[in-house]
Design a protein around this ligand. Structure first.
Ligand code: ZN
Length: 425
């Protein structure tokens, strides 16, 4: 099997670092997202000044770090700052939504260099959708006068459950034809860079944690409400994927055993009752029943209602539209209250298309969570909208790709075997 992660070319470039201290230095510079001094590295890492200085020298030789100006003088000698130079290589960040493709080139430091997006239907299948993504990527490279060989890592977010080790989707409900499709191989040949695939909401959580409103928050829940509903969990500053990679897949939690049939085949899943298609369907029903003249007029004019249109009508104060959006927010809030009890996060970020349906959606989620969680768990629990919005996916895909190539695998560093307080020891 031609797995690009295993190919000779890719293996020679991945990981990009040579040892655990280099990995720690790069992780810190990547997280800081601005130039950092050697002194800051020494303060943050558990290694000697000499060791860090040696490894920084080596990272500069490898082209992964570069001197970048000087720190503010505190009276003594001004120390030079370090950052990840653009010449370290480019990351291809790809975010597949149910109805969109976004492709970006970023630096290894996850700064967006160029970005292209277009509507797409994920149901068109992997061949068509991946070909489109590759075309967009080629166009971006051409515009930046760059070559496929300048790409050192590829991060891909997909709207379905991903088997982490294999990098493939497993029985994705809304993605016919994608089950076990070798996404990584689609880039082989043209690109020598390794390809890292994860669920779109995990990717979004990485983006929010790295550069969004969740920056610096160690225990964070990120919820995406769009065509589907999913959750990404950051605990102790790291993405929690669970055993198979599907932790946080909250869309298929049952909220009504006698509810409508979900795309997964079960009855009354959260997704089937609160995501964009169900908002549209419920609004259409009310429009047809004559409950709302505003929704009926929209339906008449446009032929169908979308969640976006319902948000529009809600913004104009339509009672039925508001009530449909409130209903969705309430169900999501109830499931979140359960998650709050299990995980005790310090921030919840809500993103995805439906999150833009107006303040009433967020207000309803908040009130359901605060009503149903223990006071201690919600005493200081902000529930806020994503600030990165559409960029959360590509920023997160870039963070996934950067972290993955700058990480020394546990095969090389048996952290779990040192007996230093690992899980269960
Ligand atoms: Zn379901």
């Amino acid at each position: 099997m031609n797995d690009p992660l295993q190919s000779k070319e890719a293996r020679s470039r991945y990981p990009l670092v040579e040892n655990q201290v280099q990995a720690q230095i790069m992780a810190l510079v990547h997280v800081e997202a601005r130039p950092i001094s050697r002194g800051q590295l020494v303060g943050a890492l558990d290694s000697s000044r000499t060791k860090i200085s040696t490894e920084v020298g080596r990272l500069i030789e490898l082209g992964l770090l570069a001197e970048d100006g000087f720190a503010e003088s505190d009276g003594g000698r001004r120390s030079s700052l370090l950052s990840i130079p653009r010449s370290a290589g480019l990351i291809a960040a790809i975010d597949f939504g149910a109805t969109s493709i976004d492709v970006a080139l970023t630096t290894l430091g996850s700064e967006i260099v160029a970005h292209k997006g277009e509507p797409a239907d994920i149901k068109d299948g992997p061949q068509t959708i991946l070909a489109r993504a590759k075309t967009l990527l080629s166009e971006l490279l051409e515009e930046q006068v760059a070559e496929p060989s300048d790409v050192i890592s590829i991060g891909v977010g997909v709207p379905g459950p991903v088997h982490q080790a294999a990098g493939v989707l497993r029985s994705p409900p809304i993605m016919p034809g994608w089950d076990r499709f070798p996404i990584r191989s689609a880039f082989a040949g043209e690109y020598a860079a390794p390809v890292f695939v994860d669920n779109d909401v995990n990717v979004m959580a990485l983006g929010e944690h790295w550069g969004g409103v969740g920056r610096g928050v160690d225990n964070l829940l990120v919820i995406k409400v769009g065509t589907g509903i999913g959750g990404g969990i950051i605990t102790d500053g790291r993405l929690y994927r669970g055993t198979q990679g599907c932790a946080g897949d909250i869309g298929h939690i049952c909220v009504d055993p006698s509810g409508p049939v979900c795309t997964c085949g079960n009855l009354g899943c959260l997704e089937a009752m609160a995501a964009a298609p169900s908002i549209a369907l419920e609004a259409e029903r009310r429009a047809r029943e004559g409950a709302s003249s505003a929704l009926a007029a929209m339906l008449e004019e446009r032929g169908e209602l979308t969640a976006e249109a319902v948000g529009e009508a809600a913004g104009l104060g339509d009672y039925e539209a508001l009530s449909v959006i409130r209903g969705s927010g309430r169900l999501i809030g109830r499931v979140l209250a359960t998650l709050v009890s299990v995980l005790n996060p310090s921030l919840i970020v809500i993103g995805g298309g439906v999150s833009r349906s107006g303040h009433v959606f967020l207000a309803e989620i908040r009130s359901a969570v605060y009503q149903r969680s223990l006071p201690l768990a919600t005493r200081n629990l902000p529930i806020v909208l994503s600030e990165l919005e559409n960029d959360a996916g590509i920023v997160g895909a870039s963070v996934l790709a950067a972290q993955s190539v700058l990480h020394v695998s546990s095969h090389e560093v048996p952290i779990a075997r040192t007996g230093q307080g690992g899980a269960g020891t």
